[in-house]
Design a protein around this ligand. Structure first.
Ligand code: TPP
Ligand code: MG
Length: 346
């Protein structure tokens, strides 16, 4: 697969739909709608003060998680960034547990200790959101190293790491890619290139914005595709996952995407103009798939409405679950807080 040069414009939705079954396409639509409706509700709840702290929405980027995740096996390892609600959901973490975590309730997937940026779930091998830019990459390398030294049970498992293009400016990015290639580790690096790291455009922080060239310089196989097209993402991820699984070598997959909302709930968005956001909204991954499928007569308006209704019902049930949840007793607040003994004595 060749790396297309980066542009500041979205790539066209050009997929041969007849390669996919109706049910497969509907599932991808459902996946993206579940993320979209969950996050829209979270934004409302934030405004009501029900969800507090940091909240980074993935709205606009859903095709990335929805395209990559179905290619993974339950025994694979997954790490992500703080913009990880969609990844957790599609990895199989229950929406109830995600919403309760957003509220900081004990029934949350991190027992209310993590909040939006630290969703975590051992049973689905979802090893967390991570607040540190590039923080997940060394973890993925370590997980893959463990896989290669482990018993035969998980021999064909891989580690998958989602991160933003802002990670490229960090030393951990380069160290991780280098070691993964040097030690021949099965890591799929999924770079969600949404063009900005907070308010900094990639071209303002990097002398070269060809990220696949950087990855290739460490010996990784790479590909770069339209991250607004869930089917294209799925196909590219399928090929990449197969390579990593079979060859036990890392792969760098760059998805060109865009976040429609602010970086977090505190962001005046002075670094991009509205026309640019509008241009990208024309390539909304949910709308693009829906329209493509309807034009090909693969789905009806009723199918879309049913998928949307089901997503909204799931979200409302999750809100009820979180509302009914319990706060951690004050006496337990320090239970998982580590403090060296000499500090504790002070
Ligand atoms: C090591 C580190 N430096 C700085 C920050 C502050 N920070 C939080 S998010 C962010 C931007 C990251 O952008 P990117 O990796 O592109 O991810 P995106 O938010 O676009 O998904 C920065 C600089 C941080 N969290 N960690
Ligand atoms: Mg970014």
């Amino acid at each position: 697969m060749s790396a297309a040069p980066l542009s500041d414009k979205p790539l066209a939705f050009s997929t041969e739909l007849s390669n996919y079954s109706r049910e497969f396409c509907l599932d991808r639509l459902r996946d993206m709608l579940r993320i979209r409706r969950l996050e829209e509700r979270c934004a409302e709840l934030y405004g009501e003060g029900k969800i507090r702290g940091f909240l980074h929405l993935y709205i606009g980027e859903e095709a990335v998680a929805a395209g990559v995740m179905p290619n993974l096996q339950p025994h694979d390892d997954v790490v992500t960034t703080y913009r990880e609600h969609g990844h957790a959901l599609l990895r199989g973490v229950a929406m109830n547990a995600i919403m309760a975590e957003m509220y900081g309730k004990q029934q949350g997937c991190s027992r209310g200790h993590g909040g939006s940026m630290h969703l975590f779930d051992r049973t689905t091998r979802f090893w967390g959101g991570n607040a540190i830019v590039a923080g997940g990459l060394p973890l993925a390398v370590g997980l893959a190293l463990a896989l290669e030294s482990e018993s035969l049970q998980r021999r064909d498992a891989i580690a998958v790491c989602f991160f933003g293009e802002g990670a490229v400016a960090e030393g951990a990015f380069h160290e991780s890619l280098n070691l993964a290639a040097l030690w021949r580790l099965p890591v799929l690096f999924v770079c969600e290139n949404n063009l900005y790291a907070m308010g900094t455009a990639l071209s303002r922080s990097q002398s070269s914005i060809d990220l696949t060239a950087k990855a290739a310089s460490y010996g990784l196989a790479t590909s770069h595709i339209n991250g607004m097209n869930v089917l294209a993402v799925h196909d590219a991820a399928k090929a990449a996952v197969a390579q990593v699984r079979e060859r036990r070598m890392p792969f760098f997959l760059e998805l060109h995407t865009y976040r429609f909302r602010a970086h977090s709930m505190f962001d005046a968005e002075l670094y991009r103009d509205r026309a640019e956001v509008e241009r990208w909204r024309q390539h909304d991954p949910i709308h693009a798939l829906t329209e493509g499928l309807r034009a090909a007569s693969m789905i009806s308006q009723a199918d879309v409405q049913a998928a949307d209704k089901s997503a909204m019902a799931e979200v409302e049930a999750a809100v009820q679950f979180a509302e009914a949840g319990t706060w951690e007793p004050v006496a337990d607040l320090l239970r998982d807080v580590y403090c060296p003994p000499d500090q504790a004595a002070r």
